[in-house]
Structure formats: C-alpha cells, structure tokens
Design a protein around this ligand. Sequence first.
Ligand code: SAM
Length: 349
Amino acid sequence: MKSLINKLQSEKVLSKVEFVNLLSYFGKEDQQYLLSKSRAVADEFFGKKIFVRGLIEFTNFCKNDCYYCGIRSSNLNAERYRLEKDDILSCCEQGYELGFRTFVLQGGEDLWYSDEKIIDIVSSIKNAYPDCAITLSIGEKTCEQYLKFYNAGADRYLLRHETANVEHYAKIHPPGLNAENRQCCLYNLKKIGYQVGAGFMVGSPYQTVENLAEDLLFIKELMPQMIGIGPFIPHKDTPFSSFPSGKLELTLLLIGILRLMLPNALIPSTTALGTIHPNGREMGILAGANVVMPNLSPVRVRKKYSLYDNKICTGEEAAECRICLQNRMKKIGYEIVVDRGDFRPMRLE
Ligand code: SAM
C-alpha cells in the first residue's frame, strides 16, 4: 500500500484498479502515511494559511428533485425562502467587515431568479466590492447564461459533478437530469474562464469504490481549480432517508488523495464533514484541505437551507461563525487569512 501511495505522490494519478485497491484495503497505518504526505503537500503550497469563503445560501427553491437533497422540489415540508438583492448585499457588507474577500452565492435551481436578476446581483456585488471574488453555485445553465454571468463579474463556479458514473448518476437523480450534461456544464464553465469547482458526495446511496475511482479519474481529466467533497448525509424527507451517512475515514482519505493528485487545488473542509464529526472540519484541514466556508446567510433562513439532517452552524450569527472557525483553525496551527484566495498555477510557485 505504501508503494502505491508513493506512486500517487510522484505521478499524481493511479490507474482505476490501483485506486480501487487503495480505497478498498487501506488500513489505519496506510491512512496515516497518506495523510501525513497530503498535509505536507498542502503546507508546502499554502503554508499554514486557510482561505475563507462567505457562503450566502440565497434561495432554497429548486426545480430539481434529486433523491438525496432536502430542498428537492417534491419535499413539501421544506419551508421555502428567497433573499432579495438588498438582503444579499447586506450579507456581503457584513462579510466584508469580517474579512471575507470571496462571496459564494449558492442556491437551488430557482427560476424566479431570471438571468437579468442574477446579472444585477452579481454586478452590484462587484461594484460595491471590486476587490472580492464572486462564486456562483446555482446549478446547470446553458453556456450562454454562464458567459453572461461571467461578463457581469462572476469569477468562479461550483458545480459538483456528484458522480462521474452515468448509471450511478441515474440512480440518485430523477429522469431528466444526467451526468453527461452536468459534466458538459463543467467543461463549458472552464472554457469561459471561470475557476471551476467539481466534486462529489462520499458514501452516496449505491456508490461503489469503482465509482469513487471514476470520480478521481474524472477530476484528473477535468483539472478543476476547486474540489468540494463531503459525506452524504441523509435527510428525513427524501427517498434516501434511511441510507447511512458517508464515512469520516473514507472522506479524509479522499481529501488526502485529491491533495496528492492536485497539489495546488482549493479544497474546502466542508460543513457536512463538520456535521458527521464534531472536529470534522479540523480533520479535513489536517488531511490536506485548505479552505473553510462559514455561513453568511441571515440566521432567520439558515435552518431552512436544509440539504441534510442535523446540519451544523444554523444558529450563530456570521461573526460568531467566523470567530468559531478561526479558533478551530488556530487550535490545529492554522490561520484564516483575509485574501481572495485565487487559484495559483503550479509554475508560479
Ligand atoms: N443547485 C446547485 C447545484 O446543483 O449545484 C447548488 C446547490 S446543491 C444543494 C449543493 C450541493 O449540496 C450538491 O452539489 C450536493 O453535493 C450537496 N448535497 C445535497 N444533498 C446532500 C446530502 N443529503 N448530503 C450531503 N450533501 C448534499
């Protein structure tokens, strides 16, 4: 196993069979060996600095009906909300004061926000905070729409591919959504010039280790600037309510593998990781992640953006969230910095 890990570090990729072996048979010692390497790689590239993104969950309306997601359209128990432009701008104002230089606008696929509305929101944020990066995470759109948002000032786009395997994708999504279109969106976004984030849930229903190996190979091929992974966590009002959560150890191992594959990628230690273990986000950083995403949404809507059960950080004000994470990072020897935290190509090291 150690020679496989050494090979991964030097070649930055393994074959599908090798990934399957690594993921299937890793023991505690192998995990420690891999994570000490992945942490060292992250430290070498980013030092002890952790980038911070202010997450604004601006709508939980969604036209899609993904089987795993708590804000799926057919969940009639979800209390729906939308933030108006002024609400979003005041989240940014508060965030800027707290040292955020990236704002992430995430939401369900909510057609109430026409292209014109999105363009207005993006350009208003950009005008008010020209030194900040804007990340959109609003799902699958046409290439023309992505281009319009980019021209309005959006810098980055998060769109997890969810699973690279076409059959697995079909098992966790309703008809009408498919892996090919999702992947095509990611390539379009990249072509336009966005910094792009792909990613997947660990332990999603019906996922196999082969699927995970395919996810790793898809990421290697796409070469996104950002990679968001976190455990699947069931939501009580979804068809997957009785499936178990993804495992902490496997998620950490995958963060480590991704760090060895893409040494300069921006990898968040996700809220989902913090939900399945009280120190999950710290463990994610120690496995090689280098980004945290505290919530900037108004407290009154936080609980409503319920993708999965028991989501953490739904009660605190933005400032409390920021300080809490800062302290958590400090305890493990890392420091949150005031920085846009853009992707840096390897050659500029
Ligand atoms: N609508 C946008 C999109 O499609 O990318 C962004 C919002 S979507 C809710 C954000 C991410 O939440 C998804 O990409 C998915 O991976 C994650 N997610 C949804 N339900 C989840 C669950 N039950 N457990 C863990 N992550 C979940």
